[in-house]
Every structure is written in C-alpha cells, then in structure tokens.
Design a protein around this ligand. Sequence first.
Ligand code: NAD
Length: 479
Amino acid sequence: MDFIPHVIDGLETESAGGGRFASVDPWTRKEWAEVALGGKDDADRAITAARRAFDEGPWPRMGYAERGAILHRLADLIDERGDELAMADTVDMGKPFADTRGHDVPRSALNFRFFADHAKLAAGEALPMDSGHHAYTRFEPTGVVAAIAPWNFPLMMETWKVAPALAWGNTVVLKPAEDTPYSATILARLALEAGMPPGVLNVVHGFGPDSAGQALTEDPRVDRITFTGESGTGRIISRAAAANLTPVSLELGGKGANLVFADADLQVAVDWSIKAIFSNAGQVCLAGSRLYVQREVYDEFLRRFTAAADALVMGDPKVAGTQVGPLASEEHYKKVRSFVEGIGADGGTIHTGGLGEGWSVRPTIVTGAPADARVCREEIFGPVVVVHPFDTEAEAVAAANDTPYGLNAMLFTENLSRAHRVAAALKAGTVWANCFFIRDLRAPFGGVGDSGVGREGGTFSREFFTEPKAVVMAIAREG
Ligand code: NAD
C-alpha cells in the first residue's frame, strides 16, 4: 500500500509517534494509502522548521523576482505533473478526473503564477505630506503562516492560500484535509524540485481537533492562520487564534441563492444553474443550492432543468465522461443522506434524484419545501437543490438574503438595470450575473455573515499576508 508522508524541513517523514491513518477511495470504498498521522509533535516540528526558514533563511530576504522565478518553476512543474496531481485528488475524494485535470490543476498553477507576478508588480504607496515630511508604506512578510484546507478542491484551495503567502515572503505549514492528503505531499516535493529552500513549505497531515490542525491554531509562533472549511470549525479556530491575537482569514460555508427572472435567457440560466449545484457533486461552498424562479417561467425552467439534471452521467470518477462522482467519504455521504431522507418529513418533495449506488447521491431537485425546512436553511454540501417560485423582484431578494450565510449569489436576467440593482441588494461576498464560478484573482473573495471573515485575492491577499509598515521621513530639513 502507498504511504503518504509529511514533508518537514525538506524531508519526507513519518509521524513522531509513528501513527498512520487510511486514505479511502470513495468510489471503490477501499483504503488505497496510509498517511502519516500528525499530532502536536509533528505540528511543532513543522512550525520550528518554518520559523527557522523565516528567521534565518534566504526566502523572506530574496527579491520578488527571485522568489517569483521559483514560484513560476513550481507552476511549470504542476502543469508537467498534472496527471499525477489530478489523479491524487480524484482517488482521494472522488471528483471526476476531467475536472481535477481540466480545472483544478491548471488553476493551481495559475495561483502561483498570478501571486508571484502580483507581488512583483504591486505598486507601493507614497504619501507626500504638507509638513515637509513624506510617508511611504512597506509591505513586509509576517512570518509563519498556518494554512488549513478543506477536501472539496484540495490542491486548488491549498495553492490559493500557499501561493500568496509564499509570494509575499512568508514561510508556510500546510495542513490538508484528512480526506485528501496526497496532492499536498506531491506539491511539497515539487516545491523543493523548483528550488524552494527546505522549511519554506512544510506539509503536516492529520485531523483537526486534538490533532495537527488544533496544534497549528494554538501555537504562538504562528503569525497568520488562513482557514477554509465549515463555519463551525471557523468559530473554533477563531477562538484558538484569539488567545495569541493571531490574525485569521476564514473562508467558510455557504447556501448560495440563484435568482432566475422571467426576462432571463432561459437556456443560459439552466446551463449555469446545473453547473452551480451539480459540479463536484454539489460539494462546493459556492453551490447554488437555493434556486428561485419567477413564476411566469417556473414550469418551463423546471422542465429543462430536470431534463438536464437527469442527463448527467454518474459513475467512476476515473473514467472519461463521468460528470458526477461519489461523495468524498462515508461520513459525508451519511450526512447528505440524512438530508435526503428528511425531505418528505420536512414538507418537501423529491422532484427528481435521491440516493444512488455506494456513496453516491443522484442530482436531486426538491420542490415545495417550506422556507424553514432544514434542506432550505442548512449547507448540505451535496447535489441537492431546492427550487421555489417567486412573483416580484423584492420578494426574490428578500428570500435570497434570508440566510445566515453570505458567500455568493447568482442572478439571471437580460435587464441591465435589474442586474445592477439586484447585485447591489444581495447580501454576499460575490454576485455572478448570467454566469457562475468565473474568477478574476484580483477580485476580493470571501463571505459575509457565517460565510467568513476577511477577503483574499489580489491586494486583499497582500493585506493579510503582510505587515504594512508606515515609514515617515523628514525631507525638507534646513541645511
Ligand atoms: P472542516 O471544517 O471539517 O475541515 C477543514 C479543515 O479544518 C480540515 O483540514 C480539518 O482537518 C481542519 N480542522 C477541523 N477541525 C479543526 C480544529 N478544531 N482546529 C484546526 N483545524 C481543524 O471542513 P471540510 O468538511 O473539510 O470542508 C467543507 C466546508 O468547507 C464546507 O462548509 C464548505 O462550504 C467550506 N468551504 C468554503 C470555501 C470558501 O472559500 N468559503 C471553499 C471550500 C470549502
């Protein structure tokens, strides 16, 4: 059986205590690898290595161009080794290979290229002052960054955190999710191959509570914590970080609303709405899991939407042509199953879909569920969407905003004024009009309410991963 080690201070290593845990392929439902089970000792070793690499090593002292060249080499290696990286995530969590290879891997390479270039090209800030002084801002690296990642876009979410942290001169300890360890170990190997000094990017495997994750959030030698995962976990991490006053960036859960107005291009709305909820078997924080359709087009939309959902190809994620794979783990399958089984009792109707083979759930469309049903309020993180009719724009906006979450929302209309008006009224970190999931890495990314704290992306990542320092200089002294 394969073994997936930690990578600490440039070395592949077992856990201090020798413990291991299994990584399970959710399609075969069999263990395919053993993973080093990191605990407090391993987190400690990794933080020590990252601390030394930051305090004494060349990485934070290099110029942006030199660091950038290494990050670009890493991006090239990610592309070259794309099949291996994509298959690692596919085997670990069941996402179709077409998606990991076609989307997640290229996006991961782009994360490194973008943030390397962004750091190199970012302009500073000079503030001429009336008093014969001059102020400017230095954006200095913060130190050691702990990056704690989820399992739904493993490599992509990890690189979204690691790339800006490194580009701005920090060193990193990355803890991937326990269900998806493999691509992170490959990434750390590639970073060394690209010329990154040992200790700059460390990977520790393990769980959250009482494990490597918790240890990273409680260590005062960590200068920043960037976390993506469930809102409940975000609260726990926020509390742990508060004890050391460590700044946190939290990208959390969602319950995305998707508004289809009668004046929309209906086929465009159907196509994007399918992607918004059934891509990655709905295991997407940004999923459009609450669909509101204006009554005049409700029946026609539902007819086309149902036909498209029923036509999605389910099966082995390693096989070309599969569009919907299994859910990522048995534990997660059981959670999604409990939502599906509760739909009837909550007053909803399964219009199409339901449970599938093994740990799969079929693309499931729910109608008639009251607004306070669990399926309408809680993040399911599976291929389950609730559809409601609405009459007026005001009613749709109010329904969309009636959630503790606020990560993103979508709207479909051909009316330009309505698009701007509704985009402004929606309570969300990102609004997509007539599209979904399109990203510009300069744009802020994050959520309001239970969906997160802070923003990352472009200059927002610079704010978080640097300590801006003001330097004030007298420039007009008498000679
Ligand atoms: P999770 O919160 O269970 O775990 C995320 C990571 O945190 C894992 O690495 C886990 O080991 C670690 N962890 C768990 N408890 C911890 C603790 N007490 N201390 C330190 N680390 C701990 O989330 P998940 O199930 O892996 O991911 C799914 C969730 O992530 C969903 O809610 C989804 O919406 C969210 N998500 C959000 C975004 C976003 O950008 N906002 C993106 C992807 C996923």
